[in-house]
Design a protein. Sequence first.
Lengths: 360, 152
Amino acid sequence: MSYKIPMGPYHPGLEEPYKLDMICEGETVRDAELHIGFNFRNIEHLAETRNYFQVIALMERVCGICSFIHTLTLCQAMEKLANVEAPPRAKYIRVIMAELERLHSHVLWAGIASKLMGFKTMFMTCFALREKVMDVLQAISGNRVNYSMNCIGGVNRDVEDPTALLALIDDLEREMTRTVIPIFTTSSTARSRCAGIGVLTHEKAVSCAVVGPTARASGVNQDLRRDAPYAAYAEMQFEVPVEQAGDVRARLFVRALEIMESCRILRQALNNIPPGEISTGADKFAFVTGTATSRVEAPRGEVMYSVSWKEGSRNPARVHVRTPTFANMPAVRWMVRGARLADTPLIQASIDPCYSCTDR
Amino acid sequence: MIDLDSIRETLGVRDPWVESRGTHWLNPGTVSVRELAVLMNAVGARFVTITAYQLPGTEGFRLEYHWDLEGRLIGFPFVIAGDTLESAKFESIYDLCEAADWIEREVHEGFAIDFTGREYEPLLLRAGDKPGVNLREMAAPTGVPAQKEVAK
């Protein structure tokens, strides 16, 4: 006999506005329905009522974790419509901020995954690491969540002493290689909770068109930083980690390896940042009529903005945001099929879902 | 790397690809979105999203379908007529492209465009049961007194 167990939108195992209705037989999940939209904000409509300065501040609030990525994607699209190009130094600063944001997001996720595994010591370790990254983000931008760094034609603040940040990168990499990665890969707690759990096959990953670490953990070799470089990524040397197993452990491995690659990118960007201006300095822009698209590899995967403008207008005619969690979340249905009920909070968390982005 | 022109030739489209502000555009002409989805599956393109725009007056809507082909963002614009809540219809590709499920539901809820050939579950993004109030410009309801009149 099957029965339905609702998890969320208010549930201790899923502290987010999201609901998973699971059809179970005994302790085994046979199918699931996903429900989102509990905090839907209609930011895309609000964007049409904001001018080209205000819309940047607005879209920064789409996500509380990758707020920089959203303004970067938006500004890149607006720069195409205004025929403006950010100077080289600004492009490097964009890379630095984007990679710091990836570090902070991935370490945050590792902490939350540890908590869901019942591994509280690792949770505290990860959050202590994340705090160090947050301190650097604050030192650069003056802010810890909404950084206000991007503007049309560059960035608002310079990285005054880039090489001083190298010590943090060394420190973070050391902690990852000495503590976090060995424990996640060798501890029996982590292995028993992650290996073979929540499998998303390669075929299903392709069919659902999932993105980011969720895709790469199922053997889909894609990363916009390499495949369609933006900012200064074309000048960076890095690898794209890909795993084949498609389970929670593979998603964990991919993110751990991406932390190491982010450290590598940060070292290159901090050592080679060119001198010069950080923005074009313009504060008035003439937008042409038309649509521009921009895509960026956020910590959770591809973010895409379509921005439409009418010449002479100060406000965008339309801003459409395709967030990575919106692409990844439907795949949770396939991940939880056949899983034990007790594993479902960790499985849904393994895609690193951002409910703020989804309910934009 | 797959040659974009081979896709154009397979579809039988005469117009060339146009690269503009981040996207390679192809006007699909008489090719249906379902034929397009079949071809995109065949060439291994990854579905990205559908962006909907309401056109001025009673012109209807423009739907832009985006796929990623080996790092290139390709786009196909379609115009659909219909300016009432019931009249805007377009073929669903959900059965051919599973990844289009949620975005079809989102466009349905935002613009009241009915994707034919599929069923809708309860609304995806918000409470209630009426689509078309999120992003669609609607005529003001009749019979509602203006604020000035109320102030008198």
